[in-house]
Design a protein around this ligand. Structure first.
Ligand code: CP
Length: 336
């Protein structure tokens, strides 16, 4: 057992890596490690549910959020997670850092390291930035809060944790992800996790929103012939027998909505509405990593209906990120 604050968390049975300084994507997470993150998250959830939401695990530690793109859920939940664990939090944005005066990003982040920050949480429009920082920093940990169209591992862990809480094992479960697959970093990280956990994934959307099938079916070690990942353009076909349906935001800023004929056509063919969700299993859960554009990806009635777990995903985001901060700082130091 491991002590997390005043709670005990069961260690996994195998010799999984239980420490990691950086979280860049889920490709290098073993299943045991994901399950261990979830065990720690369960303990963190207990702390979040207390009247006084405080635990001393990160007292004296400093977390920096460095966001070069807008965010509500990810930035605020990391800040809340850090504060519940008693860390000091410094928020830096593009406009408030010296990058605006021409400083290279690596120099900005090395400056944060020299100022004794323990972990930097980075969101950046360019894929690969968190990985580049992790390779060049000597001491400070890096957590990827979304890089370009590449990855959003903490959101994927939130989604996997929410799925696991509703259906237990994901082995053989049919998960449909519908929407702007091509531009989504959330879907790429989710695919790594879902495939590792044994789920059957159907990616659905208009052809302009779908990637080349080979590139995606190879995520998780599959191949075009023998893969847990399927691509489908008909939402009605995709939804048949689904255990969970996740809608993705139409990323208008990335294609001016020009990648599809028009938004009304998208709504007609791909919006999750009361009629369509009946094609899935009766107890199927409806998910969305956010931000949600109600009336486009999903009707208001479905987004706020009894099958929706969208606000639960947001709530789980705090405990999952508490677990990741704890593992990146406390566990990591304990084994050095
Ligand atoms: N899901 C997500 O990344 O939301 P934010 O952009 O609000 O952080």
């Amino acid at each position: 057992m491991t002590r997390v604050g005043d709670l005990l968390v069961k260690e996994p049975s195998s010799r999984t890596i239980l420490t990691r300084k950086h979280v860049i994507d889920l490709d290098d997470f073993a299943v045991d490690e994901i399950e261990y993150v979830f065990s720690v998250t369960d303990a963190m959830k207990e702390i979040v549910g207390r009247d006084i939401k405080k635990a001393p695990s990160l007292r004296g530690k400093t977390i920096v959020t460095l966001f070069y793109q807008p965010s509500t859920r990810t930035r605020v939940s990391f800040e809340q997670a850090a504060k519940i664990l008693n860390a000091d939090v410094i928020n830096v944005s593009e406009g408030s850092s010296s990058v605006a005066k021409g400083e290279a990003l690596i120099n900005t982040v090395e400056t944060l390291q020299a100022l004794a920050a323990d972990v930097v949480i980075v969101r950046h429009p360019h894929a690969g930035v968190p990985n580049m920082l992790a390779r060049n920093l000597e001491r400070m940990g890096v957590i990827n809060a979304g890089d370009g169209m590449h990855a959003h591992p903490t959101q994927a862990l939130v989604d996997l944790y929410t799925l696991r809480n509703h259906m237990g094992s994901l082995a053989g479960k049919k998960i449909v992800i519908v929407g702007d697959i091509l531009h989504s970093r959330v879907v790429r990280s989710n695919l790594w996790g879902l495939v590792k956990m044994g789920a059957e994934v159907t990616l659905c959307g208009p052809p302009a929103f779908l990637p080349l099938s080979e590139a995606f079916t190879q995520i998780g070690g599959g191949n075009a012939k023998n893969s847990q990942v399927r691509i489908e353009t008909s939402l009605e076909v995709a939804l048949d027998g689904a255990d969970a349906v996740m809608a993705l935001r139409v990323q208008s800023e990335n294609h001016g909505r020009g990648g599809i004929t028009n938004i009304r056509e998208y709504i007609r063919l791909y919006q999750l509405d009361a009629r369509r969700i009946q094609i899935a299993k009766p107890d199927a859960i409806i998910m969305h990593p956010g931000p949600v554009q109600e009336g486009i990806e999903v009707t208001t009635a479905v987004a706020r209906g009894s099958q929706s777990v969208i606000s639960e995903q947001v709530t789980n985001g705090v405990a999952v990120r508490m677990a990741l901060l704890y593992l990146a700082i406390v566990r990591n130091e304990a084994t050095q």
